[in-house]
Each structure stands twice: as structure tokens, then as C-alpha cells.
Design a protein around this ligand. Structure first.
Ligand code: ZN
Length: 187
């Protein structure tokens, strides 16, 4: 089968899940319990991402690297199940590096990539979750196997350090440098 040229058409393929059901069983249970405790306490929780398929991680990583000029289009390695052609060509058949980088740039923009995409993110292994959390006033939340705790501190979001402690009791650990990101290890 002929490969399909890189470009924006790839962005909608291999979508990232926003369901906890796509996580590995242990971490899925941890997330369901933590999110349940948050919702019981009246917090708003919106899940933005859970499992990122490895095919998507590959496309994000290499479009970013190519757009940055760190590799030549024909040096991008292949990936099983992703029939993408990174090398665009001129009418003469010669590689068109500018067009190849422009197609990669369109993908980077389409994915909304801000940080360098990892090939080893715990999202690829179903052990990470991105979520937006918020509440008003005091959050009365139950840590796992402990009495309810009152959180009065700011910010009233997933960046609250007291909430990180509550998440940890469920096995959902905060990565401080990445605002929406929690995982099984804190990475
Ligand atoms: Zn994340």
C-alpha cells in the first residue's frame, strides 16, 4: 500500500482517549476512586486525556522534531501501523525539504503541541491522566481510608498542594511541572 503524505489529515487519527476505561486496570481504579471522591465533594472534574496511542505519540514527536529542523525528512524512522510519508517531493522527484517541514508544521499546529512530545510519556502506557479540577469555597474531600479533610487553601484547582496529598492516598500522583497531568508515578 502506498504511503500517505504527512500533513493535517493525520491529526484526527489515533485519537487520545478521555475515558478512564482506557487506562491500565490498577491506575484506572485509582483514578475512578479519586475522581469519585472529588465529585462527592462537589468539585468539577473534566478529563482531557488518558491513553495516548503509541501511533499518535510517534506522529506528534516526529512532526515536532522535523518542524524544529532537528532531523531531515528522510531520517524519520518508520512506525508499525502508520503508513506516513514524511518526505514531500518536487515535480522532478527530488526531496522538497521546505514542503516536508511545512507539512510537519501544520501537524504541530493541528495537535496544539506546546511542549516537546515524549515517546515515553506514561499516557502511552495508560498510566497518566490530564484533568481540569475546580471548586468553590472549602473542599471537604475524603482521602482513601481516612476521614474527610477540609481544604481551604488556594488555588482551588488541580494545582492545590493539599489536593496532591489526597490524590497520593489513591495512587494518583501529581507532576508539578505539568498543570493538568497526574500519573501512577508522578512522572
Ligand atoms: Zn499528561
Amino acid at each position: 500500500m502506498a504511503k500517505e503524505l504527512s500533513g493535517i489529515v493525520w491529526v484526527d487519527r489515533f485519537p487520545t482517549s478521555n475515558e478512564t476505561s482506557s487506562l491500565v486496570p490498577d491506575f484506572r481504579d485509582s483514578c475512578d476512586d479519586f475522581i469519585g471522591a472529588l465529585e462527592d465533594a462537589g468539585a468539577d472534574v473534566k478529563i482531557n486525556a488518558t491513553l495516548r496511542p503509541p501511533e499518535r505519540a510517534y506522529l506528534m514527536h516526529w512532526s515536532f522534531v522535523l518542524n524544529n529542523g532537528e532531523v531531515e525528512p528522510d531520517d524519520v524512522p518508520p512506525h508499525d501501523g502508520v503508513d506516513i510519508e514524511w518526505v514531500h517531493r518536487k515535480a522532478s522527484g527530488a526531496p522538497d525539504v521546505a514542503a516536508s517541514r511545512a507539512a510537519a508544521a501544520a501537524m504541530v499546529h493541528g495537535y496544539g503541541i506546546v511542549h516537546r512530545p515524549s515517546l515515553t510519556s506514561l499516557h502511552i502506557f495508560g498510566k497518566a491522566i490530564d484533568m481540569t479540577i475546580g471548586w468553590d469555597g472549602t473542599l471537604q474531600i475524603k482521602p482513601k481510608n481516612k476521614p474527610k479533610k477540609s481544604i481551604n487553601s488556594d488555588p482551588r484547582s488541580g494545582l492545590n498542594h493539599e489536593l496532591w496529598g489526597v490524590g497520593a492516598t489513591y495512587g494518583v500522583l501529581k507532576l508539578p511541572s505539568d498543570p493538568p497531568h497526574w500519573s501512577s508515578t508522578g512522572h
